[in-house]
Design a protein around this ligand. Structure first.
Ligand code: G3P
Ligand code: MG
Length: 239
């Protein structure tokens, strides 16, 4: 029997709360996400949880995060009076209640992220509950070089001619594909190579059900409760 579709809260539960905030992460867990995905950037010596290289879209700040001090970044409102979290705060908030998918954005994130993961593992976190992903596949290799135990997931938007071969070459645990490109051939190929297939961003109940029928292993969603509900519906119809 196939295991159930993994529910991965996208930037926490960004359909409900400001993306990549501690509030959003709490919401994702409370709605039944078993994993939480967040985006991590490096600025002024710190790993911070934010999607864009600039501040305007998600905060009341302006400019490039790279040009700002940590003090300034932390003074900003990321929505509903939330601060831009540090990656360390995210670990403390999740506190073993869900898996954590750390998407590395921008450069210089890999080394500090791997160091922090190692620290967290020394304090009781587990490798099985940690997944480092990136569109930057060189950095995924770098992550593996720094810590071969760390699980990695290769992100792509597109459909390579040799399907999931690139992710196998990278020694990945999983491949993360955009919903616009996923098909049966890709899923089958990835599974043959021993890779999990996670799809982003899947918000519509009919798409969630379709992913389940395609044999996808997990979905990133802004609305974790919809995955929980759709999953139950498909199961009750014998799917
Ligand atoms: O990790 C899945 C998804 O978050 C990748 O795209 O742009 O939302 O970070 P993006
Ligand atoms: Mg992301």
């Amino acid at each position: 029997m196939r295991s159930e579709l993994l529910c991965i809260g996208h930037r926490g539960a960004m359909g409900h709360e400001p993306e990549n905030t501690l509030l959003s992460i709490e919401k994702a867990i409370s709605l039944g996400a078993s994993w939480v995905e967040i985006d991590v950037c490096f600025a002024d010596g710190h790993l911070i949880v934010i999607h864009d290289g600039r501040l305007e879209r998600t905060t009341n700040g302006t400019g490039y995060i790279k040009e700002k001090t940590f003090e300034y970044l932390r003074s900003l409102n990321a929505g509903k009076d939330q601060k831009i979290p540090t990656l360390e705060e995210v670990f403390a908030t999740v506190n073993g209640r869900a898996g954590l998918n750390i998407e590395l954005k921008g450069l210089q994130t890999t080394e500090p992220a791997i160091s922090l993961i190692k620290e967290q593992i020394d304090q009781g976190w587990s490798y099985e509950n940690t997944l480092v992903s990136s569109f930057n596949h060189r950095e995924l290799l770098n992550a593996k070089r720094l810590d071969p135990n760390v699980l990695t997931g290769a992100l792509i938007v597109g459909l390579p001619i040799d399907n999931a071969a690139f992710a196998e070459k990278l020694g990945c645990y999983s491949v993360h594909l955009c919903i616009d490109f996923i098909d049966e051939v890709f899923v089958e190929d990835a599974h043959k190579r021993g890779l999990k297939v996670f799809v982003f961003t899947v918000n519509e109940p009919e798409d969630i059900a379709r992913m389940e029928l395609l044999g996808v292993d997990g979905v990133f969603t802004d609305y974790p409760e919809r995955v929980v509900k759709t999953r139950a519906g498909v199961a009750s119809h014998g799917g």
